[in-house]
Ligand binder design. Structure first.
Ligand code: SF4
Ligand code: SF4
Ligand SMILES: [Zn+2]
Length: 239
């Protein structure tokens, strides 16, 4: 992509004035492209802005986001000069609160983060009540709205939420968006890094000096290298 071309994110701005710090062939750029396609599709279908006024109920949900989604959020926080330490403190607080009510969830997350091969995640939120709200929810507003995870983009539009009596709609752009955020391809092999809840990414992968360094290295590579190069580095060097 040339500096004067329109940015891959769909903003309409020139690349040099928008996401020029991101390689337009990178995994992160690919996510922007598919999110933009999805956003435009739901807009065309009239599925935007369906949420009830002042509702943020789904921001108290328990859901998982992928490593690529987390790295994209991290890049956004850094670019916007946010104090990462503040979010890490909030994430630790969420971790402790959930641990006091549902210690089995935290135990399972910790086991997985430490390399356990038991991939049984608590993906179902049905039974969890009174969970702390998302660390990015401030006065009912999402602080990272532009880079919010895919699941936050589909909850009120294509997936039936508890407030909106919305039909499930099958949109191929939604499936493509999720695929772009969760997998890498290398030599015909699909790589799917493990997902974790938002608070857990911040608490665990930034809350420890060694893992923080590793995470920042990953961020540097995922922004600067093509998605193929990133996949190679991910697979071979296990960054
Ligand atoms: S990232 Fe934003 S939209 Fe998603 S749960 Fe958190 S506050 Fe809500
Ligand atoms: S998707 Fe549903 S639960 Fe979430 S904010 Fe919108 S109306 Fe509320
Ligand atoms: Zn852009």
């Amino acid at each position: 992509m040339e500096r004067n071309d329109k940015c891959f994110c769909g903003s309409g701005k020139k690349y040099k004035k928008c996401h020029s710090h991101i390689n337009s062939e990178s995994k992160i750029a690919e996510m922007y492209v598919y999110r933009d396609k999805y956003n435009k599709k739901v807009k065309d279908l009239g599925l935007l802005d369906l949420c009830n006024d002042n509702c943020s109920e789904c921001c108290r949900d328990y859901f998982f986001i992928t490593e690529f989604e987390f790295l994209l959020i991290l890049d956004y926080l850094i670019l916007n000069n946010k104090n990462l330490e503040d979010y890490i403190v909030m994430a630790k607080d969420s971790y402790n609160k959930i641990n006091s009510r549902y210690s089995d969830i935290i135990q399972k997350l910790d086991e997985n983060a430490n390399g356990s091969n038991d991939l049984t995640y608590y993906m179902d939120n049905e039974d969890f009540i009174d969970l702390p709200s998302c660390i990015f929810l401030r006065d009912g507003v999402c602080e990272i709205y532009d880079v919010r995870p895919d699941v936050c983009r589909v909850y009120g539009t294509t997936i039936k939420c508890r407030k909106i009596n919305n039909e499930n709609v099958s949109i191929k752009e939604m499936d493509e968006m999720f695929a772009a955020s969760e997998m890498l391809q290398y030599n015909n092999r699909i790589i799917k890094p493990r997902p974790y809840p938002i608070f857990y990414w911040l608490k665990y992968f930034l809350g420890d000096d060694f893992l923080k360094l590793k995470t920042f290295n990953k961020l540097k590579v995922i922004l600067k290298e093509s998605k193929y190069e990133y996949a190679k580095v991910y697979e071979i060097l296990n960054i």
